[in-house]
Design a protein around this ligand. Structure first.
Ligand SMILES: Cc1cc2nc3c(=O)[nH]c(=O)nc-3n(C[C@H](O)[C@H](O)[C@H](O)COP(=O)(O)O)c2cc1C
Length: 469
């Protein structure tokens, strides 16, 4: 079923869309086909196309490791204005929905989430899945981390566009994996469900679960031959929830308490005041976004710009990870190269105090370049933001599913940083890194933590056109 090509713009400023999610416990709000199309397109749609010597590359709305786009979106919906109840698969190439099951299967998701309220009252829910081989042919077993990161960046867009569309949306990781897999009839050696995003709210309770038959749809092989990486199947199995009791337990867990140690040498964030914030709409910013390929090493950004990025990206994700809004699993560490108003050096972001604590002063461009896998991007950027987390305490509190949660949260905050940077006409790029060297660089404070994610922010290098060519 083709989705409408012309969808009305929300007109909502990107920063405002990041800052003001619509509460899922508030008034009823049911998306129509226009809203759903906008949310799908600006999360996973094709936004640009480039010709390279080897052929065309189609880039999508959210950043993704290697531009391999292994995250698929499915829609499980009751009747909406313009869309009949069913289970659908989103096809970005055609901007269409492929019908997998006819009828209302929302009750099956309600059951799979042990009656999670946001899912139970949602008129429609988007499911994100990951297809191993699309990413693993290049990155091998590391793909499992990429599942979290790449779902996260996509979710940052999805939450912002839902907020701009006036509908609640929330990240739900608490579900019985096998039940969601059965609903989509996934071949779980190849493709697995990663998270649910209930969209909208309708006060009438959702329906009873329905019988599921196997779909047995034929699939086109991605390659003549695939390599299976057992570590990924094992970690997925070990972090799966098997029963509604396990789901209820997952939801009952407290979030990890933030560290609140007082600091001596810290600088408070100074975000742009409302009237100076850029007003470009969320749609304009998503269309403009694209990872910076070369940063201008001679350029700088201001403390106000950096503060705005940190502030808007870390206001708390609407997610079932936290009992109350505002929790965060990842800690942020920075290497500042050229930010007006900050001495160059390594910093720790004290989120509860909205302050940056100087850990060590100095110009660390060569070190940043090394930490970012010897790439030039982190050495040439104005600031590099490293995400580190105490995996041990997260796994203790959340069980093995905490591992999925911490990667996904990092991707979602990183995705928000991309949007907050591009809203201010700055550049950004996600990066891969040498895990242990990152932890050593930020130690002793980071001792015992694990490196989770890295984003470089700066000003893109604008090459002057060459004379006579
Ligand atoms: C988590 C993550 C890690 C990435 N790592 C690198 C990297 O190490 N080097 C690089 O040049 N680009 C990196 N990228 C950028 C991707 O290559 C880029 O997002 C992808 O090509 C899609 O292009 P776009 O972001 O311009 O839409 C990364 C992106 C993400 C989301």
């Amino acid at each position: 079923m083709p989705l409408p090509r012309e969808v009305s713009q929300t007109g909502v400023a990107a920063l405002s869309a990041l800052a003001h999610p619509v509460s899922s416990s508030g008034a009823d709000s049911v998306p129509d086909l226009q809203d759903l199309t906008r949310i799908l397109y600006f999360s996973a749609g094709i936004t640009k196309q480039r010709t390279y010597p080897g052929g065309e590359i189609y880039f999508r709305a959210a950043a993704c490791t290697g531009a391999l786009y292994e995250i698929e979106l499915y829609v499980v919906t009751g009747d909406l204005s313009g869309l009949k109840a069913g289970v659908y698969h989103f096809n970005p190439a055609e901007v269409s929905l492929g019908l997998l099951r006819k009828g209302d299967f929302c009750g099956n998701l309600s059951k799979a989430t042990a009656m999670e309220p946001a899912v139970t009252y949602a008129p429609t829910t988007i499911i994100c899945t990951g297809t191993y081989w699309r990413n693993a042919w290049k990155y091998q077993a590391r793909t499992y981390r990429h599942f979290g990161w790449d779902t996260g960046t996509l979710l940052a867009n999805m939450l912002a566009v839902s907020a701009a569309s006036g509908v609640p949306a929330e990240i739900v990781l608490g579900f019985v994996d096998a039940e969601v897999g059965r609903l989509l009839d996934l071949d779980t050696r190849h493709e697995v469900s990663l998270c649910l995003v209930p969209i909208g709210r309708r006060s009438e309770i959702s329906r009873a679960p329905r019988e599921l038959s196997a779909l047995d749809l034929e699939t086109i092989p991605l390659s003549q031959r695939e390599v299976e990486y057992p570590a990924m199947l094992q970690i997925h199995e070990a972090s799966s929830l098997k029963s509604k009791e396990e789901v209820a337990q997952w939801r009952g867990r407290q979030h990890v308490l933030p560290s609140t140690t007082a600091t001596h040498d810290s600088i408070r964030l100074q975000p742009l005041p409302d009237e100076q914030q850029p007003k470009d709409t969320i749609e304009q910013v998503i269309l403009r976004r694209g990872s910076t390929r070369t940063f201008d090493r001679t350029a700088s950004i201001t403390l106000a710009q950096l503060s705005t990025i940190l502030d808007f990206a870390t206001r708390g994700l609407p997610a079932d990870l936290f009992e109350s809004p505002g929790g965060q699993l990842n800690d942020l560490y920075l290497i500042v190269h050229s930010v007006n108003g900050l001495k160059p050096g390594a910093y720790f972001f004290r989120r509860e105090q909205s302050a940056l604590e100087l850990l060590k002063e100095g110009q660390f461009r060569p070190e940043a370049c090394h930490l970012g896998l010897e790439q030039e991007l982190p050495g040439d950027a104005c600031v590099d933001i490293f995400f580190l987390a105490n995996l041990e305490s997260i796994l203790e509190r959340y069980g093995n599913r905490g591992y999925r949660a911490v990667q996904l949260e990092a991707g979602a905050i990183g995705g928000r940083m991309y949007l907050a940077a591009y809203a201010q006409r700055l550049g950004a790029s996600g990066l891969t890194f040498f895990d242990d060297d990152v932890v050593n660089f930020f130690s002793p404070l980071a001792k015992g933590k694990s490196a989770i994610f890295l984003l470089a922010i700066g000003r893109p290098l604008i090459r002057k056109p060459q004379q006579g060519t």
